[in-house]
Structures are given as structure tokens and as C-alpha cells.
Design a protein. Structure first.
Length: 163
């Protein structure tokens, strides 16, 4: 498979948030997921579970030779290695050392029990759209070819601060 362009969202709200993001980017490179561009950091209000520390978020444009589910497996491994806990005893959408999500994978559209591309909730999240559009202003939704910038105004009320 030829290398594919992917967009990943990275977020952290436990510990040294900025260092967690940097460590995750380094881990991507070690796994041969090459970071081509990265957004500025954004401090963002938590969604869903609001009684937690604000997040630092970035979006990275990367290149990989992996298939989507292979990439997901590597991202979950990186999260585990960085102390991300999932499952029993954790709060879903609660605090985390690192969260790495696949937003877009080339023009792939897929929905499986393990992975949905484009990311199922990315169009509802300013903390994803704003950094993504910073580095890829002309990116389109592969499902309908709509510019992702058109979704940004729908989430304008969510608190996001570029650092």
C-alpha cells in the first residue's frame, strides 16, 4: 500500500499536557508514522464530561503505509504506553494522559465496530476542527465533499483558545 495522508487529533488533560503531546508525536515517528505538519496547541473546554481539567489539543497531518485498523492498533499501543487507561474503573470521555484519534484517512469512508472514518464526532468538535483547519484549510469531508470549514460555524460556542 502506498503511503496515505492521515489527520490525527491528539489531546491531553492529565499531568504535563504539553509534554504528553510532544511524547506522543515522538512515539508516532518511532512507529514510522511520519508527522508532516502539526497545528498550534489549543487549550479547550472539555466536552461531555465537563467536570475535569481543560485539554491541550493539536492536530497532526501524518503519512503512513498502514491500513486504517493497523494504524488504530498502533495508536492504542502508544496510548497504553503513555499510561492511558480504558475499560472498567475509568470514566468514559474522562481525564486522560493522551488521546489519539484518527480524523481522516485519505479519502477513506468506513464504519466498523472498532473504527469510523471520518471520526464519528469530529464535525461537532471545535477543538478538532479549528486546529485541523489551521493546517489544512481546504480539506473536505470525504462523504459529501463539503469543506470542513463550513462545519466550524456550527460549533462556534465551544470554548477554544489558541496558545
Amino acid at each position: 500500500m502506498a503511503d496515505k495522508r492521515v489527520y490525527l487529533s491528539l489531546g491531553s488533560n492529565i499531568g504535563e499536557r504539553e509534554q504528553n503531546l510532544e511524547r506522543a508525536l515522538e512515539a508516532l515517528e518511532r512507529e514510522q508514522i511520519h508527522v508532516l505538519l502539526r497545528s498550534s496547541m489549543y487549550e479547550t473546554e472539555p466536552q461531555d464530561v465537563t467536570d475535569q481539567r481543560w485539554f491541550l489539543n493539536i492536530v497532526a497531518e501524518c503519512e503512513t503505509d498502514r491500513f486504517p485498523l493497523q494504524l488504530l492498533s498502533v495508536l492504542l499501543k502508544i496510548e497504553r504506553e503513555m499510561g492511558r487507561m480504558r475499560g472498567a474503573g475509568t470514566v468514559r470521555r474522562g481525564p486522560r494522559t493522551i488521546d489519539i484519534d484518527i480524523l481522516l484517512f485519505g479519502n477513506v469512508v468506513m464504519e466498523t465496530p472498532k473504527l469510523t472514518i471520518p471520526h464519528a464526532r469530529m464535525m461537532e468538535r471545535r477543538f478538532v476542527l479549528e486546529p485541523l483547519l489551521e493546517i489544512a484549510a481546504d480539506v473536505r469531508d470525504p462523504r459529501n465533499s463539503e469543506l470542513l470549514s463550513s462545519y466550524l460555524r456550527r460549533v462556534a460556542g465551544q470554548a477554544v483558545r489558541r496558545i
